[in-house]
Design a protein. Structure first.
Length: 149
């Protein structure tokens, strides 16, 4: 089954007021610019997630403020455990907005929102770059998670 295009998904979010519904129908566009994504990642994401997608030390532990260090985006992290919609929404609107919107308790996110800095294509390009670094097996699992989101 073909998923709704990005614009329709975001329209659903605006009309219903829930990012969660948009997240569930979003799939990375077929055309992304991995090279542009790599450059944007270096300029925007690497300061926290590492130049080599390695994340911050002790990323699975909590910091004194209750947040966690930035996780790796390589195959050693958990980014690939999430579908495209989750990754897009979490990046665009920020982790805490996602946590609050979905009434998740016991988790505090330090992930900032990038909606004011990156347009939708920039976000997809970054995600496309990240995903391009994963082994084939990891990419296949992530595609399956996207299909079942």
């Amino acid at each position: 089954m073909r998923r709704a295009p990005l614009r329709a998904a975001l329209a659903i979010a605006l009309l219903t007021g829930t990012i969660a519904q948009a997240r569930d129908v979003m799939v990375q566009p077929e055309t992304v610019d991995v090279d542009a994504g790599q450059q944007i990642y270096a300029e925007t994401c690497a300061a926290c997630h590492g130049a080599n997608l390695e994340g911050q030390p002790d990323w699975q532990g909590a910091l004194p403020d209750g947040t966690r260090p930035a996780p790796p985006h390589d195959a050693n992290g958990h980014t690939w455990h999430h579908g495209d919609g989750f990754l897009f929404v979490y990046t665009k609107f920020g982790g805490q907005a996602y946590v609050e919107m979905n009434n998740i308790t016991g988790f505090k996110s330090a992930m900032p929102a990038f909606a004011d800095q990156l347009d939708d294509q920039d976000i997809w390009n970054v995600l496309g770059f990240i995903k391009s670094t994963w082994p084939d097996r990891v990419q296949a699992v992530q595609r399956e998670r996207t299909a079942n989101q």
